[in-house]
Design a protein around this ligand. Structure first.
Ligand SMILES: C[S@@+](CC[C@H](N)C(=O)[O-])C[C@H]1O[C@@H](n2cnc3c(N)ncnc32)[C@H](O)[C@@H]1O
Length: 381
């Protein structure tokens, strides 16, 4: 082991590392502009996380000490000429224009260890501080990539959404252009984020359609997609209930009002869509239909009836999706407009409507529907 290799292995395994930064590209063809390595705590285990900063994206990789040391050596011999490492006891600078004659200097430590939990919470898919074209264009970030304080909750929501997309990504077909429809896309922060994640971070060919009723919103979104050269992202004006297509690999419907969500789900199921992400809102349809003698004394309180309407509507939607062969989870999503209404229906097609689980879900659906004497739009499924 030579001196450079030994030093990098020490930095990665000594438990003192705060951050190691690689800079000064050896050649233009190196894809990333900067790489840094720092400790992070994930599920109670301390790992070293490599962060790769490209022109338009940042990606992360979690590594063991040994893997991090091997990566550090590769980075400094092949991609970068300089390393600055900050540890609890010293700052280390490695100048390696010629790796075999690397110059290593040290000086007293200038940095303290941030909490690892802090490192973890800030590990967003889109990072604050790295310019991201669509967020700059939508006014969430400034030109330097700094997220504007007033848009921080939007920024968090976008990252939370991308974490969910990351979870379902393995279920999407891997061998062809992905077709995705975002029903009720509105100003399309989340549609742009989806495109950015799949096309730019994951390097997949995509055809993403955002559909909305509002003409001005559609014009606004198409202009941005065209200015940013987001090929494969298109916005159309139309009503979800009338939209026709032959297939979609994923259907998204986030905060589309009342029964618009049902039509999105009905479309998705009819196309055999593999992944559905839906955050319902304004579930009013069943409010005037619910009738149940036992619950009546409670339902005279309007606010309780309102909440029950929401849960019943989404519960029935979930069961209908299960009955169509989907595995369904209800998860929390950060909603900006209706903070109490933050449930996402995550559905993945795993079977058919004639398997025992689906048949049971249909029976449960009917029992629940009849118990409250309701006739929801999702019945059309
Ligand atoms: C609250 S916004 C949500 C926008 C975006 N999905 C989000 O979560 O940030 C709801 C959008 O759904 C659209 N919408 C509601 N009903 C629709 C329908 N039947 N067909 C198409 N778009 C609809 C509205 O025009 C509005 O822009």
């Amino acid at each position: 082991m030579n001196q450079l290799e030994e030093r990098l292995a020490d930095l990665c395994s000594g438990g003192e590392l705060i951050r190691m930064i690689f800079s000064g590209k050896r050649k233009k063809s190196v894809e990333y502009n900067k790489v840094s390595i720092r400790p992070v705590e994930i599920s109670g285990q301390v790992l070293l996380q490599a962060e790769y900063t490209y022109d338009k994206k940042v990606t992360h990789e979690n590594l063991s000490c040994r893997e991090a040391a091997a990566l550090a050596l590769q980075l400094v011999t092949e991609d970068f000429k300089q390393v600055n490492a900050f540890t609890l006891s010293e700052d280390v600078q490695i100048l390696a224009s010629k790796p075999e004659k690397a110059r290593i200097t040290t000086k007293p430590a200038t940095k303290g260890m941030p909490s690892l939990a802090h490192n973890k919470t800030r590990n967003y898919i889109i990072a604050d501080g790295v310019p991201c074209d669509f967020l700059i264009r939508l006014g969430v970030m400034d030109q330097e990539g700094k997220v504007l304080q007033k848009h921080y909750s939007k920024f968090r929501q976008i990252n939370r959404y991308l974490e969910i997309v990351e979870d379902v990504f393995p279920y999407l077909p891997g061998n062809r252009t992905l077709k995705i429809i975002d029903f009720g896309c509105g100003k399309a922060y989340l549609t742009f984020a989806l495109y950015y994640y799949l096309k730019i971070v994951k390097n997949r060919d995509v055809k993403i359609i955002g559909l909305d009723l509002k003409k001005d919103v559609i014009r606004f979104c198409n202009k941005i997609a065209s200015d940013l050269h987001y090929d494969g992202l298109e916005f159309l004006m139309g009503d979800i209930a009338d939209y026709t297509s032959d297939h979609a690999d994923m259907v998204v419907t986030l905060h589309a009002c009342d029964t618009a969500t049902d039509y999105a789900l009905i479309n998705a199921v009819s196309w055999n869509t593999k992944v559905i992400l839906s955050v319902p809102c304004c579930q009013h349809e069943l409010f005037s239909q619910i009738e149940n003698d036992i619950h009546q004394p409670m339902l005279k309180y309007g606010i309780l009836k309102d909440r029950l309407t929401e849960y019943l509507t989404d519960g029935l939607r979930g069961l209908k999706l299960e009955a169509a062969g989907y595995e369904v989870a209800m998860i929390e999503f950060t909603s900006l407009e209706h903070t109490a209404r933050n449930i996402m229906i995550k559905a993945i097609k795993t079977g058919s409507s004639d398997n025992p689980r689906a048949i049971r879900a249909q029976d449960e659906y009917e029992a629940l529907r009849d118990f409250y004497h309701v006739h929801p739009t999702i019945e059309k499924l």
